[in-house]
Design a protein around this ligand. Structure first.
Ligand SMILES: [Zn+2]
Length: 210
């Protein structure tokens, strides 16, 4: 009989060490998270996302955690489609594969060509699976976050607003504008949190029959 070792952290009993590592990552970044707070019934199919994490703006994000070799999951895909608002990709829902370092380093070819990568939004903290890119433009970074873009009014004359950890961002249709030193700080915080997650040692949990 194969048994999963439950991992305890902060009073939660995680089904795997990998999930506990993501909780350490979120804590190190100071973002608010909950483990398995709510289940969903999708036409008779029960689905329980691993994490609900809150953006600094107070919006929920849903994360499913899978080992690094698993990049998709039918139940997750169904949930992801169900929570999208029409044709607009607005909901913050992502499948996170592997630990934070592993997930954030992953790159793949997009449907229309070009290389996509996972990244961490300096405004909403969403770790997105697609359409995220950071490119240098003068002294700023242009950061593409699809859910943030959906919340951005047209034009580029929007006010600066505080995002993750006091980072000031200027929402601009098509991309967020962040000053390069501010974005470098975000990247450093994310790297440090990913290091902390990888280095974590947990109390031995109880074995649970699968
Ligand atoms: Zn965002």
């Amino acid at each position: 009989v194969i048994k999963a070792i439950e991992t305890q952290y902060k009073g939660y009993r995680f089904r795997s060490r990998l999930e506990a590592r993501w909780a350490v990552f979120f804590d190190a970044l100071g973002v608010r998270w909950e483990y398995e707070p709510e289940g969903f019934d999708m036409d008779g199919v029960r689905y329980l996302p691993d994490f609900r994490v809150w953006t600094p703006q107070g919006e929920p994000m849903w994360y499913e955690i899978k080992p690094g070799h698993i990049l998709s999951d039918p139940k997750f895909d169904r949930f992801s489609l169900a929570v999208q608002d029409g044709e607009q990709m607005q909901a913050r829902v992502a499948l996170l594969s592997g630990d934070p370092h592993e997930h954030l380093a992953r790159k793949w070819r997009g449907t229309y060509g070009g290389e996509l990568s996972n990244d961490f939004c300096p405004r909403c903290t969403f770790i997105g699976p697609a359409a995220y890119s950071v490119s240098e433009y003068k002294e700023d970074y242009m950061f593409g976050c699809m859910p943030c873009d959906a919340e951005t009014p047209g034009g580029g004359e929007n006010d600066l607003e505080p995002g993750f950890a006091g980072t000031m961002v200027r929402p601009h249709k098509g991309s967020l504008i962040v000053e390069w030193y501010a974005y470098d700080r975000v990247r450093w915080l994310v790297e440090s949190a990913a290091d902390a997650a990888r280095a974590s040692r947990f109390e031995h949990g109880e074995a649970r029959a699968l």
